[in-house]
Design a protein around this ligand. Structure first.
Ligand code: PLP
Length: 384
């Protein structure tokens, strides 16, 4: 039985629903007198008018294709409900609100410990109860895979589980593909509901396909999933607030019911999403030449970060810095949990003018060939 089988079809919005009906009408004489947007005598091609509640259709189509892959079964069956969102944050918030309203089981979401700092308030304010599962192992500066599995197995059946699809923030620690497969199996056994946050597709490995492994594996394995996407990082569109929230459903009829309710979630929050960033993203994703150019740039970003990880690691080892530094290169994505203690981060700020969060997390993207040697020496000194 689909998770969403009992979601009722919602009524169309009294105003924006008129525009939807207008757009669907193919008669050349059609006139739209519903929406409150000024037109002069000759207006034919309005360019900055309101988007539909669920956003720019070309954009949401392209976003879903990028995440799920062209050959995804629910995509081919027109069974993915999707709405544009105010970047990744807005996608998570729409998802939280939708689950709080329609998830048919206990409305508890489990977050990895630690997780992105905004996850807890987003889901709490959405009306879900927030709990944690073990994720990070301080002693190995890696994944606490045994603890993670044990916690998944001990969750009440049908709980919601938030998973970072790739480039876990703040730790930079991701499960391997083999570990993802095990996680998927346990989630299936326990009938848990997986909610993926994919804020960094392409950033981790340099390949958008590789970074979508977990999402695509779960869908292939038959899970119904929720997915929050952001185009802030991988397109450098931070301030444009471009994202998408989607749910896999049983069939096109259920997809239509779920989308009608997504509209009812979105309309009282912000009516409809901003246009400009979605237009940029859909232009890039929808044009073969631009897509290739963009993907090459994503690869360059990822590779630059990976090369900084290698230089940092090699410098620390060459300088005889006490401790084990392998995690610097095995971690992935923009962030690295260095393992530096709070007093060490304070010394770095006070003595070396180097600033990072007190949990020892650094954004690798802030390192470059000009400052990497100074940074490594300073870390080495702080640890000695
Ligand atoms: N999820 C994670 C894990 C993040 O790290 C971030 C941003 O830092 C987001 C979601 C949301 O970012 P935005 O709302 O800018 O897309």
């Amino acid at each position: 039985l689909s998770t969403w089988s009992a979601v009722p079809a919602g009524p169309p919005d009294p105003i924006l629903g008129v525009t939807e009906a207008f757009k669907a009408d193919k008669d050349p004489r059609k006139i739209n007198l519903g929406v409150g947007a000024y037109r002069d005598e000759n207006a034919t091609n309005p360019d900055k008018e309101y988007l539909p509640i669920t956003g720019l259709p070309e954009f949401t189509k392209a976003a879903v294709k990028l995440a799920y892959g062209e050959d995804s079964i629910p995509l081919q069956h027109n069974a993915i409900a999707v709405t544009q969102s105010i970047s990744g944050t807005g996608a998570l918030r729409i998802g939280g609100a939708f689950l709080a309203r329609f998830y048919p089981n206990t409305k508890t979401i489990y977050l990895p410990n630690p997780s992105w700092g905004n996850h807890t308030p987003i889901f709490r304010d959405s009306g879900l109860e927030v709990k944690q599962y073990r994720y990070y192992d301080k002693t190995t500066v890696g994944l606490d895979f045994a603890g993670l599995k044990e916690d998944l197995k001990n969750m009440p059946e049908q709980s919601i589980v938030l998973l970072h699809a790739c480039a876990h923030n703040p730790t930079g620690v991701d499960p391997t593909p083999e570990q993802w497969i095990e996680i998927s199996d346990i989630i299936q056994e326990k009938k848990l509901f997986p909610f993926f946050d994919m804020a960094y597709q392409g950033f981790a490995s340099g390949s958008t396909t590789h970074d979508a492994f977990a999402v695509r594996h779960f869908v292939k394995a038959g899970h119904q999933i929720a997915l929050a996407q952001s185009f802030a990082k991988n397109m450098g569109l931070y301030g444009e607030r471009v994202g998408a929230f989607s749910l896999t459903t049983a069939d096109p009829e259920e997809k239509a019911r779920v989308e009608s309710q997504l509209k009812i979630v979105v309309r009282p929050m912000y009516s409809n999403p901003p246009l400009h960033g979605a237009r940029i993203a859909s232009t890039v994703l929808g044009n073969h030449k631009l897509y290739k150019e963009w993907h090459g740039e994503v690869e360059n970003m990822a590779n630059r970060i990976i090369s900084m990880r290698h230089r940092l690691h090699d410098n620390l080892v060459a300088q005889g810095t006490p401790g084990e530094w392998k995690h610097i290169t095995s971690q992935i994505g923009m962030f690295s949990f260095t393992g530096l203690t709070q007093p060490q981060t304070k010394v770095l700020a006070d003595k070396a003018h180097i600033y990072m969060t007190s949990d020892g997390r650094i954004s690798m993207a802030g390192l470059n060939s000009h400052n990497i040697d100074y940074f490594s020496e300073s870390v080495s000194k702080a640890v000695k």
